[in-house]
Ligand binder design. Structure first.
Ligand SMILES: Cc1cc2nc3c(=O)[nH]c(=O)nc-3n(C[C@H](O)[C@H](O)[C@H](O)COP(=O)(O)OP(=O)(O)OC[C@H]3O[C@@H](n4cnc5c(N)ncnc54)[C@H](O)[C@@H]3O)c2cc1C
Length: 415
């Protein structure tokens, strides 16, 4: 790529890191700037709701790479620096606290932000969980609170509830759905997740939402729920999902609809690519757009975006994968788990301590969910990849699921 002398990557986290590493791995020798609004070296988010809340990891273990790594790869880090705009015509990024940056090629990897609940704003005992600061603030709360209310029973909310119970804190988990995780995993597995949490002492308030927050000074002391219940609490944790971070791209003329719209090569416009939680790309295997908030996806898409940027045509069509740890249960999911899928057990059952649930659409297996059944879950993944014609190669299955150490493996194909 003789015409590429400067690549800028905005967003210094999982997707941005794997992109800059892949640029060097593929032989690009020009300038690379990795710009991130957080002041930390790129760090891992999944442990925030697991090892950090459990108190088993200290801060240093979150860093994905030591500082010398960036020097060795000759990557210029600009941390604590927020991009505020993109001028496509002049190929420049405006920054909050510096001169505009010129680029020949750009990768957008600005991730997502925790969605906020306006009804709770300005209270001093309301917490969100997206950043390292959020996690340490919450871990302090879990050491002192007697009772918390968790609003939102998705992955982050249920993991927070599990960590709080392990610390001996009373937890009320509130969600509009029928069961925790039911919107993500369906009714069958959702009811098993509900039992897991109630067996561990979580008070479930499902099929309801927060109507009113009663305050004492700046603290919320009670939540009034739509079903008539009241929930007294020392702190409130809001985990109601995340929105892609695209505000800085307003007016750029990029297509922004639930993230940065990209094609199957992660390309948003000429010389502009997106990867990770912020990217809404066309998955040719499923024949539709996906925006996925999964750790592994962020790393893999960063690699694909970098290769395409360098002119190595790389279709990005992974089998989506995520994991979650709650109490002594490890959940692993491969493929897609549509809300209207037919779900049945492929191994074990809800009564056993381990099972694999299969998600079927028109009698085709489109997703599998393992519950303490890593080996049995993986035996079904080859079936998932046979759903589409692109040969993605199941590289990811060889190294154990979900570790940051697997960055750079490529379930993608050239062409
Ligand atoms: C608490 C928690 C637990 C999770 N657990 C799991 C799990 O168990 N399994 C799983 O698969 N996934 C999990 N995830 C999801 C996973 O962490 C994300 O999918 C992954 O972090 C996405 O990486 P990313 O690089 O796309 O975006 P992010 O990690 O969101 O990083 C984006 C970066 O860009 C920066 N940025 C944003 N805007 C700008 C700007 N304008 N200028 C400069 N920089 C900017 C942000 O500050 C941030 O550092 C979890 C997420 C959270 C929050």
């Amino acid at each position: 790529m003789d015409d590429v002398h400067s690549v800028v990557v905005i967003g210094a986290s999982a997707a941005g890191l794997s992109a800059v590493e892949a640029l060097r791995a593929e032989g690009y020798r020009g300038s690379i700037r990795l710009v991130g609004s957080e002041s930390h070296l790129p760090y891992d988010r999944p442990p925030l709701s697991k090892q950090i809340l459990a108190g088993t990891w200290d801060r240093s273990r979150l860093e994905l790479r030591p500082e010398e790594h960036y020097q060795r790869l000759d990557i210029q880090l600009a941390l604590g620096q927020r991009a505020t705009g993109l001028d496509l015509q002049n190929r420049t990024i405006s920054l909050e606290r510096s001169e505009p940056l010129h680029f020949d090629r750009l990768i957008i990897a600005t991730g997502a932000n925790a969605r906020r609940l306006p009804i709770l704003e300005s209270a001093s005992n309301v917490f969100y969980l997206r950043t390292i600061e959020d996690a340490f603030a919450l871990s302090t709360v879990l050491r002192s609170a007697r009772s918390i209310a968790v609003i939102g029973a998705g992955f982050v909310g249920t993991e927070v509830a599990a960590a709080a119970r392990k610390s001996g804190v009373a937890v009320t988990l509130i969600d509009a759905g029928d069961n925790p995780l039911a919107q993500r995993l369906g009714a069958l597995v959702g009811s098993r997740v509900a039992r897991l949490h109630s067996d561990n002492g979580v008070v479930l308030r499902m099929r309801t939402s927060v109507l009113e927050a009663i305050r004492n000074g700046s603290n919320i002391v009670e939540l009034k729920l739509g079903n008539g219940d009241a929930c007294a609490c020392d702190a409130v944790i809001v985990a109601v999902g995340a929105d892609p971070e695209t505000a800085w791209l307003n007016g750029s003329s990029l297509q922004i609809v639930n993230g940065v719209e990209c094609d199957e090569h992660c390309r948003a416009a000429d010389g502009i690519y997106a990867a990770g939680d912020v990217a809404n790309w066309f998955h040719p295997g499923y024949g539709r757009r996906l925006r996925i908030e999964h750790r592994t996806n962020a790393s893999e898409q960063g690699v694909a975006a970098a290769r395409n940027l360098l002119g190595i045509p790389t279709v990005f069509c992974p089998i989506p994968f995520f994991w979650s740890d709650q109490y002594d249960v490890k959940l692993q999911s491969f493929g897609i788990l549509p809300a209207n899928a037919q779900v049945s057990y492929l191994y074990g059952s809800a009564e056993s301590g381990a099972f694999v649930a299969g998600y079927f659409e028109e009698e085709r297996l489109v997703g599998v969910l393992g519950w303490n059944a890593a080996k049995e879950t993986r035996t079904h993944v080859a079936t998932l990849s046979s759903l589409w014609t692109h040969d993605i190669g199941l590289v990811r299955m060889q190294g154990g699921a979900g570790e940051a150490g697997r960055l750079g493996q490529r379930p993608i194909r050239s062409g």
